[in-house]
Design a protein around this ligand. Structure first.
Ligand code: NAD
Length: 260
């Protein structure tokens, strides 16, 4: 469905981002992956995506807190692929603490990685997509773009910001054949979620199992985690021609969490 298209996916060495890369590659799309991690594991992922799907896969190690590195990542993808059709903003981190104890450096990092990086990728990619006459921008927001939870001030702020950026960018490029949407997952079982279980247990004085049952799945009407594959399939749909008139939208995939 996306044969011959070129995509850049931030934070795609793990979790949901890796899922996006696998799903787009399976549709025939060339992908630039990005993110941190063990160099040889990243190379294994990069070469597997190429050999399994017959696409071109590039890796760029841009740090999403560094605007000049983000600019270089988009310019490199444009040069190597000869254009960029799809941008998926996905890099993200989490820190759980009450506001009065929230470390200032963690606040700054979450705002930079989870929110401002999307401004920098989008501002760099729009001229390229306008030139190509087609574009799809998918921002990974969260149920936390729509509702809050205690002890996640920076994350909730950044994700609400992503929702605003999504709507604003969508309006600015609405006549250029470029759509901009956000995906708002509930809890997805990934390393990011796994890592916050011990912290949340400590902060709330709960067992780790209680965090899973009474915090993470408490609001999901289905009592199920969303899967990486389900989120990636929604992104593929938003990149398809069938989704050409969906723009500026926040797509919930949260087991009914934010319906309440
Ligand atoms: P993850 O920890 O598995 O992956 C995060 C990715 O971001 C990794 O590839 C990591 O290397 C990369 N990254 C982190 N800091 C970076 C930086 N400074 N520069 C470049 N890359 C960086 O997390 P995940 O759960 O897959 O989350 C991915 C996105 O989905 C995040 O934006 C997150 O907020 C969002 N999300 C996750 C869930 C969930 O339950 N897991 C729910 C809703 C939204």
């Amino acid at each position: 469905m996306l044969k011959g298209k070129n995509a850049v996916i931030t934070g795609s060495t793990s979790g949901i981002g890796e899922g996006y890369a696998r799903a787009l590659a399976a549709e025939g799309c060339n992908v630039m992956i990005n993110g941190f991690g063990d160099k040889s594991e990243i190379e294994t992922l990069r070469s597997a995506l190429e050999s399994e799907h017959g696409i071109k896969c590039l890796y760029h190690g841009a740090d999403m807190t560094k605007p000049d590195q983000i600019t270089d990542m988009i310019a490199t993808a444009n040069k190597e692929f000869g254009g960029i059709d799809i941008l998926i903003n996905n890099a993200g981190i989490q820190h759980v603490a009450p506001i009065e104890e929230f470390p200032v450096d963690k606040w700054d990092a979450i705002i930079a990685i989870n929110m401002s990086s999307a401004f920098h990728t989008i501002r760099n990619v729009i001229p390229i997509m306008k030139k190509g006459g087609w574009g799809r921008i998918v921002n990974t927001a969260s149920a936390h773009a729509l509702v809050a939870s205690p002890n996640k001030s920076a994350y909730v702020t950044a994700k609400h910001g992503i929702a605003g950026l999504t709507k604003t960018a969508a309006l600015e490029v609405a006549r250029d054949n470029i759509t901009v949407n956000a995906i708002c997952p509930g809890y997805v079982w990934t390393p990011l979620v796994e890592k916050q279980i011990p912290d949340t247990a400590k902060t709330r004085g709960m067992s780790e199992q209680e965090v899973i049952d009474d915090v993470m799945l408490a609001s999901a009407a289905t009592k199920k985690f969303t899967t990486i594959e389900q989120v990636a399939a929604l992104a593929v749909f938003l990149c398809s021609d069938a989704a050409e008139n969906i723009t500026g939208s926040l797509q919930s995939i949260d087991g009914g969490w934010t319906a309440q």
